[in-house]
Structures are given as C-alpha cells and as structure tokens.
Write a protein that binds this ligand. Sequence first.
Ligand code: ATP
Ligand code: MG
Length: 672
Amino acid sequence: MAHQLNPKQQEAVNTVEHPLLVLAGAGSGKTSVITTKIVHLITQCGYKASQIAAVTFTNKAAREMKARVSSLLGGRNSRGLIVSTFHNLGLNIIRKEHKALNFKSNFTIFDDQDTLTLIRDLCNKNADADKSELIAFQQKISNWKNDLKSPQQIINEATNQDDLAAAKLYEAYDRSMRAYNAVDFDDLIRYPVELFRANPDILEKWQNKIRYLLVDEYQDTNTCQYELVKLICGRYGLFTVVGDDDQSIYSWRGAQPENLALLQDDYPNLRVVKLEQNYRSYGRILKAANEVISNNPHVFEKSLWSDKIYGDEIKILATDDDINEAERIANELLAHKLRSATAYSDYAILYRGNHQSRFMEKALIEKQIPYKVSGSTSFFSRTEIKDIMAYMRILVNPDDDNAFLRIVNVPRREIGPTTLEKLGLYAQKRHISLYDACFELGLKEELHAKGYAAIERFSKLIARTEDNVKRGDAMAVIHELLGYIGYHGFLYDNSSSTKAAEYRWSNVQQLLEWIEREYTNAEEDNDDNPLARAINKLMLREMLDRNEEEAEANEVQLMTLHASKGLEFNHVYLVGMEEELLPHRSSIEEDNIEEERRLAYVGITRAQKTLTMSYARQRKRYGEVVDTEPSRFLFEMPQEDLMWEEQQMPQTEEERQEKGRKNMDALRAMLS
Ligand SMILES: Nc1ncnc2c1ncn2[C@@H]1O[C@H](COP(=O)(O)OP(=O)(O)OP(=O)(O)O)[C@@H](O)[C@H]1O
Ligand SMILES: [Mg+2]
C-alpha cells in the first residue's frame, strides 16, 4: 500500500537539517510526506520514536497517522511517538507541568458553553439574557488569549470606557478560571507558551524531549500555536510544516495564513518545497476546484495537475426545499451505489452547518442507509451527556461551579432559584466555591430550612461519592451513583417517547464505556488521578472521534466542511449550495467571501471520483420559509463540466440581469 514518492516529495522527506515548509494544494500528498518522514527519521536518521512529535488538526487524523506510521514501521517500535492535536499536546504539557503553572492536578477543562455561563455570571445577566453580547465577549477574550495578551496588558491598552469594561471582564474571567482550577481551550495553548517563556529550564526539558516536530494543516495555526512551535523547535528549527493557504478556513479562531510567510523571516535558512501533482481527484473535479479558487487573490502561486482520468460531469441537483433535497440525495446515493457496486463508506455528504444534518439523517434512516455523523460537538452537546459529564467533573474537581449548577437539580431535588441565588451570594462573599459553601455553618442561617436540607443532601451525596471514588473501584461507584439518583427513570420521565429515552440511555452507556476505557489506560500508566485524566480527555472530545473509528465500517459519512479537512472520499455530495448558506450569510455581510470560497475548495477537493452538488429553491430559515438563490460558487465552476439538472431560468428581468452579471464575472475570472 505504500506508494512511490515523487522526487519533490522525496526531497521534502530527506530535508532534515533545515526547517522545512511544504506548500502545496489539496491532495498533493502533504500528509503523506509527514507520515513517510516520521518513518524516515526513525529508520534512517537515528531518531527514537519518542523524540518525534507530529501535530494534526483532528483526533481522527492523528489516529490515522499513528496507524499509518506503525504499519510502515513494520515490527519496529513506535512507542512514545506523539501524534496529536495542538490542544492535546498542550493538555499533556499542562498536565505534566501543572505545579509550575499553579494548577492542581485535577484541573478541569471548560468548554464553550461553560465559559459562556461564566461570562454571563460575571456580567450579572440572567439565564435568558441576550446571548449575542456575551458571545461577543467570549470571542474577544479568546482573541486576546490567542494573541498572548494578558488582562493587565489589555487594561493598559484600553482607550475608552467600553474597552476598559471589556478588559476588566477579561481580568475577572481569568481570576475566576483560576479559582475554579479550570482551563479553557485557548488556555491549552496559551499556558504552555507562557510557561516556556518564563521557565527556560522547563523549556529546555521539553526541547530535549521533542527533537523533531511536524505540523500538518499548518495554514490553520494561530499566533499562539505558532509561538508554541517556535519555542519547542528552538533556534535550530528542526521542523517540517505542511500547508495550503487555499485551505485556510479557521480565521474565526485566529488562524493566520500569513504565518506561512512569517516562517521565512523567523528562519532565514528555511527550505520551501512545492508539490504540484494531485493524486486524489479525477481531472474534472480538480479543474473545477482550481477554477473556483482562482477567484481568490493569491500570495503563493500554485498549479496542480493530475494524470488521473477526466471522469463524469459534476451533477447539480435543483430541489424544492430542504426535505426534498435530503430525499433526493438519499435516492441518488442509493441508485449510484446499486449501479456501481460500491460500499456505503465510499460516500460522504458534506454541508456548511451542523443543523443541515437533521433532514439528511431522517432521509437516510427512511431508506435504511447506514450513516455516521461526525463532528466535534454532536454527541457531547447532548443533554444527557452534559449531565453525566457534569457529575464526573464535580467528582474530580468539586470547585467546578458550572458543573455544580448543571446538576444540582438534575434529577429534580426541589432546590429553587432563590436558594441557589443565596448560595451563590454566600460563596461569592466568602470567595469559595459553591460546593465548599454547602458545608459552611453560616449558610444554614441564610437559607430556608427546606432549601438547606435539600442542598445538604446533595452536597453529602457528592462528598460520599467522591470519597468512594478515591477509595476503590471508581467505575462501580459511578454506576452506583447513577442508580442512586435514578437517572434512568429521569430520562424516561423527560423524553418525548420511550424510544427517545432508550436512545438517550444508550448514549449514557456509551459514555460510561469510554470513561472506563480511559480510566483503565490512566491506571495502567500509574496516573495518580486516573478519573481526572479520563474526564479531561473526554472533555477534549477525543472519545467522540474514537467512536468514529469504530464505526469506520460500512457507513455513509456526514460532516461539516470544516470537519472534512484532510479527508478524502470516492463520492462526495456537497449539499446546500446556496447564497447565504455557502457563502454563509454572516460572511457575505462581513465581506469575507474569500474564506467561504476556500471552504468550497476544501469541499470540492475531498472528492476522488464523483462530485454531486445540490441546492434547494426554498429553505426554512429561523422558522420562516424563504426563497433561495444557487450559490455563486456554482457559477464560478467551469460550466462545460457541470450537468445542471435544471436550466437556470431567472424569472424577472432584474434577476436575469443579475444572473447575467454573475455569469460574466465568473467567466471573466476564468479567463483572467
Ligand atoms: N507519490 C504518490 N503516489 C501515489 N499516490 C499518492 C502519492 N502521494 C500521495 N498519494 C495519495 O494521494 C492522496 C492524497 O494525499 P494526501 O492526503 O497526503 O494529500 P494532502 O496534500 O495532505 O491533501 P489535503 O490538502 O487535502 O490535506 C492519498 O490517497 C495518498 O495516498
Ligand atoms: Mg493532508
């Protein structure tokens, strides 16, 4: 299965003494270079596997890479090889260096929802306050962290009252996170960077450990991640990074394609290798992709060619509405499968936003087509999973107030909002966590007897369980806890049907299995807090991806365009090709079409053999049915390679002119 590398790829693999950037378009074998290079370093250059770290973008990609390396190494040892995401690498560093960072070993990871709750509390807003303002704050804080700015710096830089207020909020946020013994996703990168900057000895230790670093999807690293790369690689810059500026799709997380250019400044001895042969897609698909992306301005000129066959025309389905679109796609897929004797796993359905999967799933279920939705949030954003995770989090870190609030009344314990408010005030006054406040004598005087009794029952239950976890078989204790609180029955009382309840309960079982597996691993590593380690790992959604791995059976893959990065499928369906969906409305408003075009480029280049696209003429948006327009990107593709199911017949004169203008623009762009 190992293929012969072309000379350029070989050059990239052999360049070991210089920092190296591989800059190349989709499907040109960048990831293959990384995999082969790891093997080369171990077998030809005297590196131990444990001295090499490779950073990928998703856990799924990390797993695939690890498996690939192991198989290429044959019998040789790949023990200690680090292949992980930036966040997992950061988590590892924090875990090992938590003392220097002033965290307790049982620190928790807050997800976006947790941090939003915290921000809401800090702003003194109630639960149904307008979210958009809070999200804006959340985004601001995230940006500051990614730019490695401390709260103090931001406060000093503030020039008006609004800025100052936001800066103060950042400071309060930071303090609270410390108090909770918690970190957020941005901290997973920021803290290692701060740690390394402040402690040369710790940095040296890590530099000695990681002797060679490889980074995939480099175009999506942000300032903070780049800083981490620079610190780990030190002066000599023993690294290989590979990327494609045309696939940069995370600007909203602070990714800067300019980092590609920065490398040259920071490492004057940088070597650059460009790859130009695409090994993935049939000619027509590659041509369409190239033409769409040629509408973006380019810093780095690239040209991709393929010696594969030209392939079928790209089909464009015109459908009535979202439901019809889903049914049509399911039918098309089934018909294609019957005609060409393929497996379900040869197919992927890609979309712009997670919400688009709903109708798709329904249609697939009706046709009994096995499928798998992969993505970063679906499983872990389920209520039952969040509930159980909150129980787990409070067991490993009782100071986690968000977890406390999530489950204090789940299942119902008759603890009313007034009681909670008083508890909150009390804890705030005393600068302690909600959980600790439960045990203070002073609290009793503040609460009604009934409220206090309920709080006491709850806190004692947690204390008892925590104690039992420490003493013995944590998993048995957890199962017992769920039995005791009657979570199973609670699900039945709170689900729309028995079937829904069963499904939710099976999710809980699934989660417990994952926890158990991680717990056992941690125990085998003699971790002094195995449950904490297991829960933290889960918080990083790693288990969700593992679920995908198990399911890599014979199933159609459903995912967002963002999640599809780096992957490839024989037959790709790109749905919802409409204005305001792809390109997304917010990007149109912000005049950020280029990023949307890159997203379309990522989608198109996932396809190996066939590509089908669809749009709906009407779609439900925020509860309202609206008329839609086919995406401008459809008109940017070479029209001779498309097979429109329906001739585009604009209705009014105005529409006709608009269409004509679009077509002309597209044509001009193609010719230029
Ligand atoms: N020299 C080669 N000969 C034959 N096939 C190759 C060669 N190099 C890579 N491939 C195959 O081409 C496909 C694309 O490779 P790979 O995923 O490494 O590309 P990539 O540049 O990382 O793509 P993306 O930009 O989408 O991440 C894979 O199926 C890979 O096995
Ligand atoms: Mg790749």
